[in-house]
Design a protein around this ligand. Structure first.
Ligand code: FMN
Length: 332
């Protein structure tokens, strides 16, 4: 068993990288809720190379963050290797793994040859993996999709490529790049990749509940999973999945009060750490109150917030309405 396989044995449920979402504040809340590792937002290797301060701040740690996964993107093997080395030096013992983004389909990334564009150039992808692996001591993984074009599944070959190039694991989101987020994730391709390689395979796609997580493990025999959208406004998903994996009945869903208080804390953490805290918090706040009675009025209020105090007032107003209607502490 490789050391990364051993690591994954104890880190089975991780927060996926999410640009614009998985910053220090969100990572902290997810880790506290039971995510065994959290990945940073994707970081541009080129941005780091040009010593772009905003890019470098993406690899800041929250106080007490023992371990983090950092995801980089780019398409120049030497720049990526050089920047992986810089990240390793910068984060010292806190860096658990460098992940290489080979799955982002958005035009501003894939259109420049980064992210999912690498699925179409497996020779270059292999050079990138082997150069980054050669540059750092920490494990190197890659995260990809089922394939690029609909109905052309390439992830099994990609998994073989990753293994050849020395990657410690491969994460697969079971959608084609051209699908973006439409349709359902195909977990069969994750199972096929798992059967084809010896390195660990990390499953990803459409885990929105503890039961989904159990089903993904069962359907694919994957070694670990990454949760992305299911954690938005819902860090509790990690404790729920951990409980389900341990065979416990688990903790119930959070009450509206607990949701609002988590959102309040999230706003406070963001305000301390993020230059664009207000804009970022508007979407998080909306996610936290999804399904809470009175959510649409609250969302409208969040959209006009321009300070932490505004958010606190909007949260107070929502709690006030909930307590009047007696729904504050009802468990869904
Ligand atoms: C807002 C958002 C940002 C994302 N950013 C990244 C990213 O930076 N790197 C990456 O590899 N995947 C990124 N993804 C994809 C997720 O990591 C994940 O693969 C995808 O959402 C499927 O998992 P899910 O069904 O659990 O959401 C992002 C997804 C979302 C919704």
């Amino acid at each position: 068993m490789t050391s990364y396989e051993e690591f994954l044995e104890n880190h089975k449920v991780m927060l996926a990288p999410m640009a614009g979402v998985s910053d220090v504040a969100f990572r902290r809340l997810c880790r506290e809720a039971g995510a065994s590792l959290a990945f940073t937002e994707m970081v541009s290797a080129k941005g780091l190379h040009f010593a772009n301060e905003r890019t470098a701040s993406l690899v800041d740690l929250f106080e007490g963050e023992d371990l983090v996964g950092v995801q980089i993107f780019g398409h120049e093997p030497d720049t990526m290797a050089e920047q992986a080395r810089w990240i390793e030096r910068e984060l010292k013992g806190h860096l658990a793994v460098i992940d290489i983004n080979m799955g982002c389909p958005v035009r501003k990334i894939a259109g420049k040859g980064d992210g999912a564009a690498l699925i179409k150039d497996p020779v270059l992808a292999e050079r990138i993996v082997s150069e980054v692996v050669g540059a750092v001591d920490v494990p190197v993984t890659l995260k990809t999709r089922r394939g690029f074009y609909a109905d052309t599944e390439t992830c099994v070959d990609f998994a073989r490529m990753a293994q050849r190039a020395g990657a410690s694991a491969i994460a697969i989101h079971g959608r084609f790049a051209t699908q973006m987020y439409t349709g359902v994730a195909d977990w069969g391709c994750i199972a096929r990749a798992k059967a084809a390689v010896d390195i660990p395979v990390i499953g990803n796609g459409d885990v929105f509940s503890a039961q989904d997580a159990l089903d993904l493990f069962d359907a694919t025999a994957c070694d670990a999973i990454l949760v992305a959208r299911g954690a938005q406004g819902n860090p509790w998903i990690f404790s729920q999945i951990n409980a389900a994996l341990a065979g416990d009945a688990g903790c119930g869903a959070p009450t509206p009060f607990e949701r609002v208080e988590m959102a309040r804390r999230h706003a406070r953490l963001l305000a301390c750490h993020h230059p664009k805290a207000v804009v970022r918090m508007r979407k998080h706040a909306a996610w936290y109150v999804k399904g809470v009675p009175g959510a649409s009025a609250a969302r409208a209020a969040f959209n006009t917030c321009s300070s932490l105090q505004d958010f606190n007032e909007a949260f107070d107003a929502l709690l006030e309405r909930l307590s009047v209607s007696g729904e504050e502490s009802a468990r869904p």
